[in-house]
Ligand binder design. Structure first.
Ligand SMILES: C[S@@+](CC[C@H](N)C(=O)[O-])C[C@H]1O[C@@H](n2cnc3c(N)ncnc32)[C@H](O)[C@@H]1O
Length: 313
């Protein structure tokens, strides 16, 4: 999840258009928003996204998409647009972290994966964490619009999200007239199948705490050797609620400092990064390495604490 800078700055020619992928853990969060800021989640190849941003120059549109290849396809289509920024991350986990409370006037989700079955309930729009995040970042009076080709899923979203304390269900249309339609959507309708459009409005203030933090350093007073760091390899841990897991891997050293490879998962939001262990004031400082593209989630904090606890003598 790096930052792709403008062609000029990065020296990459004809690869992706300028100014697009912006999110990195070192960026300041929450993101900047303007008077009319909107968000599209899971934009796929960006066919809708780019047309929507072009047709509505007065809005500033963020697009969040988990698939890197989709991000690149959308970025190519978006060349020349300056009211769209694309973010490559998992919206399910990061929506709440990316935006301040009351910052978006509209959130759009078109044809999200319905994730059928009980085992997948936590991945759906209806999952409590996601609907709370959505309700927090929308402005009061702001709208969440979902379009789907799955009637059962649409009805479930209507029922569950519609019962959220800060949101009211507003419209449920079957095959509505839409200003922008995608190739997939036109083909689906030509086959005589239905499309459902749901809108919800946020009616009152609502917030939930953020899960990520900006900085974490742990100081250790004793000396640390390569054998100490190597002993952490393959050690794993989990938090009591079982939503956070971590595992340490191999280490690298220049003889003085160490980088410890680490994998974490927060409710399936997975990250791989290095823990930096460097000499400081007679002891060692343990922190997320600056080159690592990881957000300081609960699992990352637990991994840092666990490494520190195991390195204290
Ligand atoms: C069925 S496609 C629909 C794409 C597009 N909206 C359209 O109408 O053609 C669902 C999209 O959501 C993306 N997606 C799934 N889970 C996501 C998540 N947690 N965060 C962001 N995007 C996600 C997928 O990568 C995929 O591009």
């Amino acid at each position: 999840m790096g930052i792709l800078k403008s062609d000029e700055e990065s020296g990459i020619k004809n690869c992706v258009p300028q100014y697009k992928i912006i999110i990195s853990p070192t960026d300041y969060l929450p993101l900047d928003v303007y008077e009319h800021t909107q968000l599209e989640i899971g934009f796929g190849n960006g066919e809708f996204t780019v047309q929507y941003a072009k047709l509505n120059p007065e809005i500033f549109l963020y697009g969040v998409e988990i698939s890197q290849s989709c991000v690149l396809r959308c970025a190519r289509r978006a060349a020349g647009l300056d009211n769209l920024k694309i973010i490559n991350t998992d919206a399910r986990y990061m929506l709440r972290e990316l935006f301040a409370d009351e910052s978006l006037e509209k959130i759009i989700m078109q044809f999200p994966c319905p994730w059928p079955g009980n085992g997948n309930a936590h991945r759906r729009v209806t999952a409590r964490d996601f609907s709370n995040g959505l309700a927090a970042v929308l402005k009061v009076g702001g709208v969440f619009e979902m379009v789907s080709d799955d009637e059962d899923y649409s009805r479930e979203v209507w029922r569950v999200l519609g019962s959220h304390e800060a949101v009211i269900p507003e419209n449920f249309f079957t095959n509505p007239e839409r200003a922008i339609t995608t190739k997939y959507e036109r083909k689906w309708l030509e086959q005589g199948k239905n499309i459902f459009s749901l809108t919800f409005r946020k009616t009152k203030e609502f917030t939930v705490p953020r899960r990520t933090s900006q900085e974490m350093h742990i100081k250790i007073k004793n000396q640390i050797t390569q054998d100490d760091v190597a002993a952490l390899k393959n050690i794993s841990g989990k938090d009591e609620n079982k939503k956070s897991f971590w595992r340490f891997g191999k280490n690298f050293t220049d003889g003085e400092r160490f980088l410890l490879e680490t994998l974490t998962s927060d409710d399936e939001f997975e990250q791989k990064f290095y823990i930096n262990i460097s000499p400081r004031d007679e002891g060692f400082l343990i922190r997320l390495d600056k080159t690592s593209s990881a957000f300081l989630t609960p699992a990352v904090r637990s991994a840092l604490n666990d490494a520190a606890n195991k390195l204290i003598k």
